[in-house]
Design a protein. Sequence first.
Length: 117
Amino acid sequence: MHELGIVTHVAKTLDELAAEQKITKIGSVTLQVGEVSGIMTEYFVDCWNYFKVRHPVLQEAEMKIETLPAVTYCEDCSKTYPTVQYGIKCPYCGSERTYLVTGNECLIKEIEAETEE
């Protein structure tokens, strides 16, 4: 259920940006969401559609989601590999001395907006 908390944070961030930049309307928001972020994107969009009506600048904003692949780095062989496919164990050398490089992000990539004239 953390999707609603993230939606709340994104909406607050966009409200602040709108005030700073004199934005009157946001048409769309593109988020980059890591595939192992734990965010259920369908539920996230539902939360967005429910929550955005409380923010005048966001009322018509479409939420676009781009999924970022999860990539893990192996400290023993210095290679990267797809996290979801192989998990914590490196497919090249079998080491478990690995860490996630990308794939747990949730970033505002782009907004389409109208400003005051």
